[in-house]
Design a protein around this ligand. Structure first.
Ligand SMILES: [Mg+2]
Length: 257
């Protein structure tokens, strides 16, 4: 039997609904650390940067270190570095994505004609003209990255259209398919595994979205625990352990150790 060494913990819909903590979140993460497992907060959220996510975690009472946060904006910047080296990027996304692209050594450009790549993700501030410029950049044939394709983003006020809705707009208009960086794609997860020095059989993926989080577990061949705290309420597959609340989560996880 393989030993479980690490947990990939989702953030939105699993620990938070929007800006509100989900009951049991802090206690549950604390218990998981007591099992001696390594932890990565692995999130498709590119709306925020890793710095902003860490701030939110620490302010909410989690014990977390900067190297434990891996998000899709950061992973997109890493992907572009591997593919093109430092390059000029047109973003359709929010400030967190821009911050990660810049930290990755790239230049964020305002015009399609200057773009060597397009990185698109979730944003609450989008204009038709930003999409037009993104469309034009993608039509040049440059790499087109989607930080994630989540259909919704779960908040305390209910679901809001996710990054996937914005990606669909651009995929439809350009008839090109975006390269998926976040979950259930494996690029971001591979970065996290490399960082921890673990392989997928030693990881448990925890999250609230069956399609995205358990989809990743499926894609990389890891164990998964679905929490019914956010998007998924009625699991389609019986393959995953289920935690109805976060209070149940450490106990479910302990059965895999
Ligand atoms: Mg989630």
């Amino acid at each position: 039997m393989t030993t479980i060494k690490a947990v990939f913990m989702d953030v939105d819909g699993t620990l938070f609904l929007g800006e509100s903590l989900i009951p049991g979140a802090v206690e549950s993460v604390k218990r998981i650390r007591e099992f001696g497992l390594k932890l990565i907060f692995l999130t498709n959220n590119s709306f925020y940067s890793r710095r902003m996510i860490l701030e939110k975690l620490v302010e909410s009472g989690f014990e977390a270190r900067s190297e434990e946060v891996v998000n899709s904006g950061f992973a997109a910047a890493e992907y572009l570095k591997e593919l093109l080296g430092p390059c000029r990027v047109f973003t359709v996304g929010d400030v967190g994505l821009v911050e990660e692209i810049v930290l990755g050594g790239h230049l964020v450009v305002a015009a399609a004609e200057d773009a060597e790549a397009v990185a698109a993700g979730g944003t609450k501030d989008i204009s038709y003209w930003r999409l037009v410029e993104g469309h034009r950049a993608i039509m040049k044939g440059v790499p087109f990255l989607a930080t994630n394709k989540d259909h919704v983003y779960m908040t305390e006020k209910g679901p809001m259209p996710g990054a996937g809705a914005i990606i669909s707009f651009l995929e439809t208009s350009t008839r090109r398919k975006a390269i998926l960086i976040g979950k259930p794609g494996r690029y971001m997860a591979d970065l996290a595994m490399r960082r921890l020095g673990v392989d997928s059989s030693e990881v448990v993926v925890i999250g609230d979205n069956e399609e995205v989080d358990m989809g990743l577990a499926d894609a990389i061949g890891s164990k998964g625990i679905l929490t019914l705290t956010g998007i998924s309420k009625n699991p389609h597959s019986s393959k995953w352990l289920v935690a109805k609340t976060l209070y149940e989560l450490p106990e479910r996880l302990s059965t895999l150790l």
